[in-house]
Design a protein around this ligand. Structure first.
Ligand SMILES: *Cc1c(COP(=O)(O)O)cnc(C)c1O
Length: 428
């Protein structure tokens, strides 16, 4: 079947033909692709083509697709029952691993998605501080809960109509309690705390922003947010749904020397399954039900199959950390791309951090915030995306996302990717 045929059918059955908006290719145009299988760094499509995958399920597939050790773990788990709605020993084993990975995590709770983790983090922050306001950064995406769909990044950047509330259906009364500041701008955060400090429950940030493209924090920014929050009696929530276990075994926050009060994790830690987590010091986590008064629950939370996948992935990442090699590959991609774009005279540059990268359609690096990211030429990015797709490389179908390298991307994949990029640039 062609993708056009599947997509037409999908559009009659599913809104927009997809179950998550960015998959519809609205930002780059053309017919969305449908995947039938994946192995390592490659995906095979319904029309028979095979592509090198730089989405890796938004970074979740850090070991690549269908990793035998994950497949074995989940097959074994599934054969003994896929959900009970009753606690299982595996959940404790996974919690032990997460807690051992960071001094910031004394207790954790498992949930089913990054959205749920952040939603819980926000309720917890409001519950322990007794305050209502949340401060968030423009262009950071924290899932699709009401409080956080305000000036959000990722798909809402391309789907939204440019108003501050990024979705219809978010009550104004809820959006009012979310204050928005530009990312990487400590003076703006200082002004927000000066004006509203006593009412702010938490400031939430993606430490290395990944939903307006790859935008690392400037020196001192995160520590500055932490200081401002704590001085005001507010909490710092680091949304590490992308960051945790993506750059190192553990949290980005520990590597950066910051001490957030609440951390959310997802993507990598789910091992390719719907599993995410929220963690903090025991004193804060114990405010959650049934111990405390902040309610949170989930029929499938701590699902045994997802937990088995998560444990398999974390154990592999701990015993054979792939991070240095992955980062070296991203550096090679970045340097080769930027040299080629300069030589050919195309105003595109890759901005990368460790194991993630974004080709921004601008030659004005660094991109430091959403305004910088939006100054790039999204139409040029769309042409680049399609030129790469035609050359067998799947990049993120939006200029406001990061691309991911997995441990399964070989030097040969990287060489193919670089050649395709150099060739694609000459066609722009
Ligand atoms: C992906 C993402 C989320 C939402 O996670 P889902 O599992 O898609 O609900 C939240 N925060 C950040 C930083 C993310 O990248």
């Amino acid at each position: 079947m062609t993708h056009d045929q599947i997509y037409s059918r999908a559009c009659t059955l599913i809104p927009g033909g997809v179950n998550s908006p960015v998959r519809a290719f609205n930002a780059v145009g053309g017919t969305p692709i449908f995947v039938t299988s994946g192995k390592g760094a490659e995906i095979t499509l319904a029309d028979g083509r095979t592509l090198i995958d730089c989405c890796c399920s938004w970074g979740a597939m850090i070991l690549g697709h269908a990793s035998p050790l994950v497949t074995e773990a989940v097959t074994k788990a599934a054969a003994t029952g896929t959900t009970f709605g009753i606690a299982t020993p595996g959940e404790v084993e996974l919690a032990e691993r997460l807690v051992a990975a960071s001094p910031l995590l004394e207790k954790v709770r498992l949930v089913n998605s990054g959205t749920e983790a952040v939603m819980t983090a926000v309720r917890l922050a409001r519950g322990v501080t007794g305050r209502d306001l949340i401060l968030k950064c423009e262009g950071c995406y924290h899932g699709h809960s009401d409080s956080l769909l305000v000036s959000a990044g990722s798909g809402v950047l391309t789907a939204g109509d440019g108003t501050e509330v990024a979705s219809a259906g978010v009550p104004a009364i809820i959006a009012r309690d979310t204050l928005v500041i530009p990312y990487n701008d400590l003076a703006a955060a200082e002004r927000a705390f000066a004006a509203h400090g006593a009412r702010i429950a938490a400031v939430i940030v993606e430490p290395v922003a990944g939903n307006m493209g790859c935008v690392p924090p400037v020196e001192g920014y995160l520590k500055g947010l932490e200081t401002l929050a704590h001085r005001a009696g507010a909490l710092l929530i680091c949304d590490e749904v992308i960051n945790a276990f993506r750059f190192r075994y553990g949290l980005y926050s520990d590597a950066a020397g910051i001490e957030p009060d609440i951390i959310t994790m997802g993507k990598v830690i789910g091992g390719g399954f719907p599993l995410a987590a929220i963690g903090a010091k025991a004193e804060i986590m114990d405010a959650l039900a049934p111990h405390g008064k902040v309610y949170q629950a989930g029929t499938l939370s701590g699902n045994p199959v997802a937990v088995a996948a998560a444990i398999a992935v974390l154990d592999e990442l701990r015993t054979r950390p792939p991070y240095a090699e992955m980062a070296a590959k991203v550096t090679r991609i970045t340097d080769a791309f930027n040299a080629a774009a300069t030589r050919i005279g195309v105003p595109m540059r890759i901005q990368s951090y460790q194991t993630v990268f974004t080709p921004f359609a601008t030659d004005a690096l660094p991109v430091r915030n959403l305004a910088d990211a939006q100054a790039a030429d999204t139409a040029l990015y769309a042409r680049f995306f399609h030129a790469m797709l035609a050359r067998g490389i799947y990049l993120e179908p939006s200029a406001f996302e990061v691309n991911f390298i997995s441990a399964a991307h070989t030097d040969t994949h990287v060489n193919t990717l670089i050649s395709a990029m150099e060739d694609a640039l000459t066609t722009l």
